[in-house]
Design a protein around this ligand. Sequence first.
Ligand code: GRF
Length: 220
Amino acid sequence: MPKLRIAVLASGSGSNLQAIIDRSVAGGLDAEIVLVISNNPDAGALTRAKQAGIRQMCIDHRQFASRSEFDRAVVAELQAAGAELIVLAGFMRIISDIFLAAFPDRIINIHPALLPAFPGLHVHRKALDYGARFSGCTVHFVDGGVDTGPIIIQAAVPILEADTEDSLAARILEQEHKIYPQAIQWFAEGRISIEERRVKVRGIVPASGAQISPALEMAE
Ligand code: GRF
């Protein structure tokens, strides 16, 4: 079976990109990263791609007169590279209809909260301020909204009394690095379908039990 051709779009440090690269090097992914694009010339993601011998390019949004011109340029590169799945990993640009029309149901994103709680930016701050007992991360398909698309997989992470934005972000990031490669692998295996807004993954092992935070002290 030929590997799924994926492109990764990232604006920042690229630790999720690295997790995908590592999985693929370890032979655990039926996907090949054919292109990494960043809108930020200083993105660590570009360096990581270079070091891994993956084709990479910066398309700086500031060089374009409008959002749609930028989007058309990015989509043209993705199509030329033959990308079959677009993986957003900390890509800080809003995905427009131009993207969605070019890759329907073929764009996925990772968000560092348990959606639909805390969409948008500064999510760790929002979860702490809210007093939530859990946050986590979500891999979802991208639709026209902000972090609203059908959910593929989530990891729940307890929020601790002593947590700061940084400590919570670090524990959530660890889980991101596990669930993103898994979601890509399911897609590569052709096991994912979307029914209404529910994602079905063929043959998965259902999660069992519940996590309670803080832990119960009463005997059950
Ligand atoms: C991650 O927390 C991801 O969930 C969010 O942006 C961050 C990107 O981190 N969308 P990295 O660049 O992959 O390290």
